[in-house]
Design a binder for this molecule. Structure first.
Ligand SMILES: [Zn+2]
Length: 174
């Protein structure tokens, strides 16, 4: 995953070591609905996809679109293991670039589990990205939360998830 060496991500990573960056992600209702629906559709398996949007200078992110991915793992261990393939990341990055947007994070579902990152999630996380998790209980999405990994990789921090209503981007410029 180190091949993701995007200049913007590196710059943000440097900035974030000095603290003071907002841990905030903005999604409109439509995006949240798409993530919940994907989680419900793939239940009892885990779903996953990329979050496409903007990084803001203050550390906040806006999600404009989802980029659903197929689960690359075998049926047998789909329940709690999901793999982001480098080719999927590249596909999502190419798509984002064409729209003058960035890949700002990754979403996945936790079937019959809390919307809290697992040790596996931590072991496979990238800095700067937002990790949105939807909890799907008995086939119904019940909770959506967002997380960002601490720079020293020791833990995830809760990220404020702001719903911006429908179809709107942030009011001020990036
Ligand atoms: Zn997970």
């Amino acid at each position: 995953m180190e091949s993701l060496g995007d200049t913007k991500i590196k710059k943000l990573r440097l900035q974030s070591t000095s603290g003071n960056l907002l841990r905030m992600i903005e999604l409109n209702d439509e995006i949240i609905t798409q993530i919940e629906a994907h989680g419900e559709r793939d239940y009892p398996h885990e779903c996953g996809g990329m979050l496409i949007g903007h990084f803001h200078a203050d550390g906040a992110k806006s999600v404009m679109e989802t980029f659903p991915l197929e689960n690359a793992r075998d049926e047998a261990d789909r329940h709690d293991r999901i793999l982001i393939l480098p080719k999927d990341v590249m596909r999502a990055e190419r798509y984002a670039r064409e729209k003058k947007l960035d890949v700002v994070g990754y979403y996945h579902s936790h079937p019959d589990d809390l919307a809290v990152p697992s040790q596996y999630d931590l072991d496979h996380a990238l800095p700067v990205w937002s990790y949105v998790i939807v909890s799907v209980e008995k086939g119904k999405a019940v909770d959506v939360r967002s997380w960002q990994m601490e720079n020293d990789r020791t833990r995830f921090n809760d990220e404020t998830l702001v719903s911006t209503g429908s179809g709107s981007d942030r009011a001020f410029n990036t």
